[in-house]
Design a protein around this ligand. Structure first.
Ligand code: CMP
Length: 140
């Protein structure tokens, strides 16, 4: 167990439904601290680059179109085992498989419009956090 940082996106389906505060409440209730946050509108180039690891997947084009369909809130979360803790708070990728009380069970609409993204490993967080934030924008 150690203090970690993870990267989070509140996706367009959630910002469209004014759910940023509701999602942040679940994040904070889980003991995670929001140490950086900004609301942005991704460009196609940014979304394609961010999700480049999924480039060969059949859902890639739809995923990119969805992620640029409206504003997102990008965040850095800090806390004890933040990566695993946030994945637990998010719930399963497909909201139909998500446990009660998780963000995706409470708020997500589909496997694509699933409200949030979180880093899946320390190596991923180490790439995703600096993709969006410089060091001086993260205040722990
Ligand atoms: P995310 O954690 O942002 O990482 C990749 C995203 O692809 C995932 O959440 C889903 O929202 C999205 N996605 C869309 N369709 C699928 C699918 N069939 N399987 C997995 N992920 C999918």
């Amino acid at each position: 167990m150690s203090i970690q940082r993870t990267f989070s996106i509140i996706k367009p389906d959630a910002t469209a439904r004014n759910l940023t505060g509701g999602i942040n409440a679940l994040i904070e209730a889980a003991g995670l601290r929001i140490v950086a946050q900004k609301r942005i509108w991704l460009t196609r180039v940014q979304a394609e680059s961010f999700y480049g690891v999924h480039q060969a997947r059949p859902f890639f084009a739809d995923l990119v179109s969805f992620m640029i369909s409206g504003p997102v809130v990008v965040q850095v979360l800090e806390g004890e085992d933040a990566i695993a803790t946030y994945r637990k708070v998010m719930g399963a990728t497909n909201p139909t498989d998500a446990d009660a009380g998780t963000i995706r069970k409470e708020f997500a609409q589909s496997i694509e419009a699933n409200s949030v993204h979180g880093s899946d490993a320390p190596e991923t967080a180490a790439i995703e956090i600096p993709f969006f934030f410089s060091g001086c924008e993260i205040v722990g």
